[in-house]
Design a protein around this ligand. Structure first.
Ligand SMILES: [Zn+2]
Length: 211
């Protein structure tokens, strides 16, 4: 389990900032982990602001809500740069659904950490095709601490790192609800993808033979 680092042990040294990334597939408990870390910072009497992309309104306009209904107040912003306008007084900045932010999220997080803030970045590391999602790879590279969480495969009960999309849509932004996705292990994820490709090829071949 992640424990906040004990830093700043030299006298008269200003507070050092840092970046933490919490990533993983859907149903891996990322938002629960974000909420756990934020609650601990609240107990430590630190000033916190949670941000999320304005487009993520699947449950509530201004709450960060995990699948198990745990919630904390958050601010929806339409661009990464907007985060800078709302966190001058904060000690801790938490960013949920970070994979949906624009490319500016990287320099914004660097600047916040350089200014002495603790930045917690939470998001999906892979999309439904098993490809790296948004700026998460860069965020993982520049972070001091990376926690990759895992779900349980809905097919075989193994450890799962992939978010498999059950509905047929190419929209990358289709937001996660329990009935649209399931967590899958590598084997169950790629076996099904292979089958989908075969089915797709068969349909194309069938259409071709009708001409
Ligand atoms: Zn599996």
């Amino acid at each position: 389990m992640f424990l906040e680092p004990q830093l700043n042990s030299y006298p008269h040294k200003p507070q050092s900032g840092w970046i933490e990334v919490v990533c993983g597939s859907m149903f891996s408990g990322k938002t629960e982990e974000l909420i756990r870390r934020v609650k601990r910072a609240v107990i430590a009497q630190q000033k916190i602001q949670i941000f999320k992309p304005g487009m993520d309104t699947r449950y509530h306009e201004s709450d960060v809500v995990s699948h198990n209904k745990n919630k904390l107040l958050s601010k929806a912003v339409n661009s990464a740069k907007e985060i800078m306008d709302h966190c001058r007084e904060c000690d801790v900045i938490a960013i949920d659904e970070a994979q949906f932010f624009d490319a500016e999220i990287v320099p914004v997080c660097i600047q916040l950490a350089n200014n002495g803030k603790r930045v917690i970045v939470c998001g999906l590391d892979m999309d439904f095709e098993g490809k790296a999602f948004g700026r998460m790879p860069e965020m993982m590279a520049i972070a001091e601490f990376v926690t990759k969480l895992h779900a349980i495969c809905a097919q075989c009960g193994d450890v799962a790192s992939y978010s498999y999309r059950l509905v047929d849509s190419q929209d990358k932004v289709l937001l996660g609800e329990t009935n649209e996705y399931e967590a899958r292990c590598r084997k169950c994820f790629y076996e099904e993808k292979k089958q989908e490709e075969k089915d797709h090829e068969a349909i194309i071949a069938q259409l071709g033979s009708r001409k």
